[in-house]
Design a protein around this ligand. Structure first.
Ligand code: PRT
Ligand code: ZN
Length: 205
């Protein structure tokens, strides 16, 4: 991976924010290790100083990483593009990291007649990504009712709460398990390294 030489020195003042628990935790730790920052996996404190380099690691909810990095509490962060763009974060992406890959898709009940986003005009779509979905549908000129949910959106159609969902998909197994069929991709996403605008760490872009 060619982003490593870009970070010239791991300074003892450097702080990196990664996800505390979840899909990005392990691969983020791996990146830190390749930078010489070893993280104790048993670590339960939200801030840890790395013994060998003195660098600091913040363990956060992925949704909070852009804000901490933007405000300079961390020099760098590792977060999914889906989170970054849903928050309309102005942070600079240093590098796409090649893991945490997924697609934000619109999916409909398997046996429904919906074939494209246009068929969903006037319908209800449940999602945790209202901004990304709205932007996508605005471009198509399709007006829908967006129902914002924090998670588990796949269950909304069978409970009669929505006509379709817009959610992240990796293997497609969760959609299948809920008798949902994808009709269109809203965005592709992967984990990225973001940089704070207040970052004074020596980095060669
Ligand atoms: O606690 P915290 O807020 O930090 O964690 P979280 O629950 O919000 O995030 P987490 O750990 O689930 O995901 C972190 C990031 O991983 C996301 O923001 C994406 O960038 C990335 N990612 C990659 C995914 C998936 N793949 C993914 N498949 N995030 C979520 N999913 C979910 C999806 O929402 C659906 O429920 O997995 C299910 C579908 O998976 P498949 O494999 O059945 O298609
Ligand atoms: Zn989250």
């Amino acid at each position: 991976m060619n982003y490593l030489p870009q970070i010239k020195t791991i300074e003892s003042t450097m702080t990196i924010a990664i996800q505390r628990k979840g899909r990005l935790r392990q691969p983020s730790e791996k990146i830190l290790r390749t930078l010489g920052i070893s993280v104790n996996s048993e670590q339960i404190k939200l801030i840890a100083s790395c013994d060998n380099t003195g660098a600091q690691v913040l363990f956060l909810r992925d949704d909070d990483i852009p804000e901490y990095v933007l405000r300079g509490a961390a020099d760098f962060g590792i977060v999914g593009e889906n989170v970054l763009y849903e928050k309309a974060s102005p942070l600079q992406v240093v590098k796409k990291l090649g893991f945490g890959k997924c697609e934000l898709l619109i999916a409909v009940p398997e046996h429904s007649k919906f074939k494209s986003a246009i068929n969903l005009r006037g319908k209800r779509i449940a999602t945790s990504y209202p901004r990304l979905l709205q932007t996508f549908l605005d471009r198509l000129g399709v007006k829908v009712e967006i129902i914002k949910m924090e998670g588990s959106v796949e269950v909304a159609p069978q409970l009669g709460v929505a006509d379709a969902v817009c959610d992240l998909v990796q293997t497609g197994k969760t959609l299948q398990a809920h008798q949902l069929r994808p009709i269109v991709t809203v965005m592709q996403s992967q984990a990225v390294l973001v940089r704070s605008p207040m970052n004074s760490v020596n980095i060669d872009l």
